[in-house]
Ligand binder design. Structure first.
Ligand SMILES: Cc1cc2nc3c(=O)[nH]c(=O)nc-3n(C[C@H](O)[C@H](O)[C@H](O)COP(=O)(O)O)c2cc1C
Length: 204
């Protein structure tokens, strides 16, 4: 039984959150964790060497395999992670969702659990809207949405950081200068574990 963590990250925050979610998946016995990145647009990939920070992050993740339709089909559960772009998911992640028509027609995702995670530059920059805007496509595909309950430590807080019931999240800073708080990574890990445990119950 496979749980797939699929993410897109330009400046590394969602990469860290994806790695935390993957650790959570590993905590669930009998589940194989799989990490994939979302394919980059060709024009952006060509431009990355001109941006020091983005290049450093690119070099950290370029060997992580790009997510294919076969990867999506083979998985029993999913975690999807994307930075916020104008309160929504990235176009790169949306392109992946929009490429699933053949699998949608086959009902390949029906009954499979999925959780989401995101990051924003600012505290109120759209963590909830991005997580919620990822859910309609996942529901159209027949997936069962898994959120983060308030029993997860660190969820009930008033600091400027992440952690929402709709999905894990973090704050990157206006110049991407912040790092995910330990609590944000712990919530991503808890979500990964929860998706894996639900996957095992539903698909085992
Ligand atoms: C085109 C564009 C739109 C963005 N829109 C938002 C936004 O609506 N709200 C926000 O807080 N941050 C916004 N950001 C900042 C990104 O969310 C931030 O760089 C990202 O969360 C960092 O994730 P990463 O390190 O994984 O790439 C935007 C960035 C870009 C390039």
């Amino acid at each position: 039984m496979k749980v797939l963590v699929v993410y897109y990250s330009m400046y590394g925050h969602i990469l860290q959150m994806a790695q935390a979610a993957l650790e959570g998946v590993k905590e669930a016995a009998g589940v194989e964790p799989v990490l994939r990145r979302v394919r980059e647009f060709e024009d952006i990939e060509r431009d990355i060497p001109n941006h020091e920070h983005a290049l450093a992050v690119w070099n950290r993740q370029k060997d992580i395999p790009v997510c294919t339709l076969d990867d999506l089909q083979a998985a029993d559960g999913y975690l999807f992670g994307t930075p916020t772009r104008y309160g929504n998911m990235t176009a790169q992640m949306k392109r992946l969702f929009d490429s699933t028509v053949k699998l949608w027609l086959e009902g390949a995702f029906e009954g499979k659990p999925a959780g989401v995670f995101t990051s924003t530059a600012s505290t109120h920059g759209g963590q909830e809207t991005t997580s919620l805007s990822m859910m309609p496509p996942l529901l159209h595909l027949g997936m069962i949405i898994v959120g983060v309950p308030y029993s997860v430590p660190g969820m009930l807080h008033t600091e400027g950081r992440g952690g929402t019931p709709y999905g894990a999240s973090t704050v990157a800073g206006a110049r991407n200068e912040l790092q995910p708080a330990p609590e944000d990574l712990a919530i991503a890990r808890a979500l990964g574990r929860r998706v894996a445990e639900v996957t095992r119950k539903l698909r085992g």
